[in-house]
Design a protein around this ligand. Structure first.
Ligand code: ADP
Ligand code: MG
Length: 708
């Protein structure tokens, strides 16, 4: 047995209780523990003189103990232990609560590296509960301190100690997975080096090499898995449909299809009519297109074909509002062809639900449009032939799979408004065929976009005033609800891949922004909507905004998958530097949906050249695919891999290292390597690929059941 397969209880200090805590993180073996990567690293190597200490973020101070630690009771069972310590620039009181044993570890004259945040009370500064590491002349302290995702019952010190033991125990068992020629061709560190240094990097360069290698593995594996999955998938079958003329439907639409829509509809027709027998390969297609590119019409064509072929269809939307909008759009059109459509969501009454479920089960209803209530209520279908999922990134792959499980003979069509670069499609959705709606319907107005700093606040307010006075409505989007959502420690995060983050300007929370706007515009209705509200409250505010009763809607990104409010003419994004470009683009798509001339203002005080370049790009183009390509080129694939759209396993994000990668080259290398390997050995069956193949089987095991 390999040391990697040993249970974590073999490690010193891990009993039953801690083992259970590890279990919550899906860590059962030493090998699992080694694959539990840090979420960030504190740069403790940067020593700050006390004089320059910070009240807002944790920093390292190298201090010598001046007075013996003294413990005192402070009411009940609480104790406080205090001592003074100094450096060349000053002295300070260090305090620990309920840790009287620190007195045994800390002695006058010793020097420690303390890491913590200063506090101030009545002009007196102190350093409460810092971590303390003894400084010895012959043993330099590592600069980077790994911080792990934790579960209740575990702290970071336990985690670090266990990982250190695991590394010592299992180092020899960390066998290379990549063939040597591939590893050398792309200048990658060995697997053992990568695992060792992702946990215990002596410096940034080592961390960078480790992260690169691990990110490469993730990208390579998922590119390979996608190809193998695709091969497997052609064996999954569904109801074959006859070649169907969709022109009666398109003639019933109030517009002519764009070229891109026509191409997409043709692709769907071809998918559905593949094969010769009644059992044909299942369609697994995703339509990717900007908001407003007309995905619904394409989906409607697919639904029409299914119904014409005597099948039922089901359309699942991520929110009640979207389900209602689809119902309003689609029901009348299908009714003209004699088809019935029902809507089933969480708010459908119990009696009504029973009626609809009975109708669907009996085959009396042709199309059912709904939310995830469709899955939760175990709707059964008489003859489902098509499943359509709107805005796929809101659903887990598991949910999609569950709906498909209820419709064993159904084809699948997914709609996504997140344009991703063509080169990433293979990795992110290699299990789906992609139709790109890269052409907007005619007559769409361009949303004029500006990038300003907060010095423009007064002018921005007059602009809001003007828009509302002219009858328009305003969205204001903020990255967080409360100021506290901004984890001060985060500022210190050293991202892997060497690039320390650019300075982040302070956060304006949605709550603060709403308060400021209410004070500035008492004559307008200003409302705040965010994810922590109950769904009914959220719905209520959204509905009132749609009805024009609210003029200014402040929100977090919950409106991203929002509603169609054609009257909204201005979108303001606060702390725009905190959003990915694709996300900004998506947000911007909420305005310019009606006849009003519309604007988007990105507010950011970010000083970094990178942030500025990215935001400038938004002012220059409205094409989501162009923005996605640029984002990939400038920032690497991380933003895309880190989104909800990325493939997820049952146990969390699949791309852990790749999501932090801001190196576009690495992604190209991984794709290239995947192609090279498959060209030489399409089944990856060769002996030298055995370790890689074993890993892939694990990936395929949890990522690959999408289609079943
Ligand atoms: P999305 O891709 O965001 O789902 P929709 O399908 O909701 O876009 O379409 C957005 C709007 O554009 C709808 O009002 C729809 O009626 C209209 N539309 C769709 N296709 C066309 C077209 N080819 N020409 C004109 N308008 C269109
Ligand atoms: Mg849509």
């Amino acid at each position: 047995m390999s040391a990697l397969d040993l249970p974590v209880t073999k490690l010193t200090g891990i009993g039953k209780v801690k083992a259970e805590a590890f279990g919550k993180l899906s860590i059962r073996t030493v090998g699992d523990l080694l694959l539990h990567f840090p979420s960030r690293y504190e740069n403790r190597g940067l020593i700050t003189p006390l004089r320059d200490g910070s009240l807002t973020m944790a920093q390292s101070y190298v201090l010598t103990v001046a007075t013996p630690p003294r413990s005192a009771r402070i009411g009940g069972r609480m104790t406080i232990t205090k001592f003074r310590a100094f450096d060349d620039s000053g002295t300070i009181e260090v305090t620990y609560f309920n840790q009287p044993y620190v007195a045994d570890r800390i002695h006058v004259g010793e020097t420690f590296r303390f890491y913590g945040r200063l506090t101030e009370k009545k002009g007196k500064y102190s350093l409460p509960s810092p971590t303390a590491e003894l400084v010895l002349p012959d043993r330099p302290l590592p600069a980077l301190y790994a911080v792990y995702p934790l579960a209740a019952g575990l702290n970071n010190n336990t985690m670090r100690a266990c990982v250190a033991q695991a590394l010592d125990l299992a180092h020899a068992a960390l066998c290379e997975i990549l063939p040597e020629d591939i590893r050398r061709a792309y200048s990658l560190a060995t697997y053992a080096y990568a695992i060792e240094n992702i946990h215990r990097p002596p410096d940034m360069a080592a961390l960078d090499r480790a992260a690169r290698r691990l990110a490469f593995d993730e990208m390579l594996e998922s590119a390979l898995a996608a190809r193998l999955m695709r091969a497997k998938q052609t064996r999954v079958t569904a109801q074959r449909m006859a070649d169907t003329d969709v022109s009666p439907l398109t003639a019933a639409l109030p517009f002519a299809l764009t070229g891109a829509q026509k191409r997409t509809v043709d692709e769907i027709c071809a998918d559905l009519a593949r094969g010769k027998s009644a059992d044909a390969p299942r369609m697994a297609r995703i339509i990717v297109g900007d908001v407003g590119s007309g995905k619904t019409a394409c989906a409607l064509a697919a639904i029409y074909i299914a119904l014409k072929n005597g099948c039922q269809a089901v359309l699942m939307a991520p929110t009640e509002i979207l389900a209602a909008q689809h119902f309003a759009d689609i029901e009348p059109t299908l009714a003209r062809f004699g088809y019935t459509t029902e809507k089933l969501t969480g708010s459908t009454g119990a009696a009504e639900k029973r009626r609809i479920k009975a109708a669907v089960a009996a085959g009396d209803c042709d199309l059912v449009i709904g939310t995830h209530a469709l899955i939760e209520d175990d709707v059964t279908f008489a003859r489902a032939g098509l499943v359509v999922c709107d805005e796929q990134h809101r659903f887990g792959i598991a949910q999609r799979a569950k709906l498909l499980a209820a419709c064993p003979r159904a084809h699948m069509l997914v709609m996504s408004a997140t344009p991703i670069p063509r080169t990433l499609s293979l990795v992110l959705m290699g299990d789906l065929d992609v139709s790109r709606l890269d052409e907007m319907p005619p007559g769409r107005q361009k949303v004029d976009t500006f990038f300003v700093d907060s010095g423009y606040r007064a002018r921005l307010n007059s602009f809001i005033e003007k828009q509302v006075a002219a009858g328009g409505q305003v969205y204001v989007v903020c990255p967080a609800i409360e100021p506290a959502d901004d984890d001060a420690d985060d500022c210190l995060t050293v991202s892997a891949f060497g690039a320390a983050r650019e300075d982040t300007p302070p956060l304006r929370s949605a709550t603060e922004v709403a308060d400021a706007l209410r004070a500035r515009f008492p004559q307008f209705a200003v409302e705040l909507v965010h994810g922590k509200l109950r769904p009914a409250q959220k719905n209520d505010i959204m509905t009132r905004f749609a009805a024009g009763e609210i003029q200014i809607l402040v929100s977090t990104t919950v409106i991203e998958v929002g509603i169609n409010v054609p009257n909204a003419s201005l979108m303001i994004v606060e702390n725009a530097e905190r959003f990915g470009l694709s996300q900004l683009h998506q947000l911007r798509g909420r305005v310019g949906r009606g006849t009003r001339k519309s604007y988007c203002v990105l507010v950011s005080d970010a000083k970094g050249e990178n942030a500025e370049r990215r935001l400038r790009l938004m002012t220059k183009t409205n094409d989501g695919f162009v923005i996605a390509d640029e984002d990939l080129r400038m920032r690497g694939p991380g933003d895309f891999l880190g989104t909800d759209g990325a493939r997820q396993s049952g146990e969390g994000r699949y791309f852990r290292m790749a999501a932090m990668c801001n190196d576009p080259r690495l992604f190209e290398d991984a794709t290239h390597a995947a192609e090279t390997l498959l060209a030489a050995d399409p089944q990856l069956a060769g002996e030298r690929l055995a370790p890689l193949r074993a890993r892939l089987d694990a990936v395929l095991h949890y990522g690959g059941d999408t289609m079943n």
